[in-house]
Design a protein around this ligand. Sequence first.
Ligand code: NAP
Length: 275
Amino acid sequence: MNMDGKTVLVTGSTDGVGRYVAARLAGAGAKVLIHGRDSARARTLADEIRRQGRGDAVFYAADLSSLAGARGLAQAVLADHKRLDIFISNAGIGSQNQGPQRQTSADGHELRFAVNYLSGFLLAYLLLPLLKASAPSRIVNVASLGQHPIDFDDVMITRGYSGSRAYAQSKLAQIMFTIDLADELKGTGVTVNSLHPATYMNTTMVRAGGITPVSTVEQGGEAILHLAVGEDMAGKSGLFFNGMNEARANPQAYDAAARKRLRALSLELTGLPAT
Ligand SMILES: NC(=O)c1ccc[n+]([C@@H]2O[C@H](COP(=O)([O-])OP(=O)(O)OC[C@H]3O[C@@H](n4cnc5c(N)ncnc54)[C@H](OP(=O)(O)O)[C@@H]3O)[C@@H](O)[C@H]2O)c1
């Protein structure tokens, strides 16, 4: 992997698998835009990257539980960089972070839908001009095997809420968006794929759920890197991977009408123009 001259944004890279991926990409020569909310953790990672003597790290703080936070992050990246070769949408909260009760974002949306899906949707669209100008370029949406169909009559899960349903709904939304966006980006040189990195890696969100880890961060990180830089992935788009292997997602992902509804809703909630 030679990443000299490449610029990569990894959201949620102050911790967990995103941190591993950011360090690996910088180690291969990339300028990595690291992102999270905690500047102390970001500084530790940036110092680690500089000590490796390859690549570089620039930290962007943004809280993705507000659409303004996502917009601010995109604006800063667009203002500071002339290219963006890879965007890894990885930031997320698990089913149990901050407790089992239903929570809402700054914009009043169900919190997991907002952080795990909607902010990544908005970021992808705002960063597209730079990604297109840097083509061939790639988007990787870090989703999960945990997937729950979206009930379009109650997307914000005001009834029958559980953290695991909310998490799984947000992860399927990412996969549906991936398929939809891949179609839209045909011929632009920008590809987009999604994946389940690995099952129960030893990360903060897994520990917060009281779950005993069964995979390593390295396993999941290598699966993300495969989609981000793997030569065999060149030109491939709209796919879902379970680790290193292509896989089928929940049937709703292949329902064009459901994807169209999700897209219309997402454009409306983020205030992006309908295309
Ligand atoms: N762990 C697993 O086994 C597993 C399995 C399948 C899929 N995944 C997916 O892999 C991705 C990474 O998960 P992980 O296990 O590495 O999690 P993690 O260790 O808990 O790290 C999550 C990252 O997301 C950031 N983040 C969380 N909420 C945020 C917010 N409101 N605004 C901005 N940044 C926020 C965190 O930043 P702070 O440092 O500021 O908290 C952190 O950098 C997630 O999308 C997750 O759904 C994980």
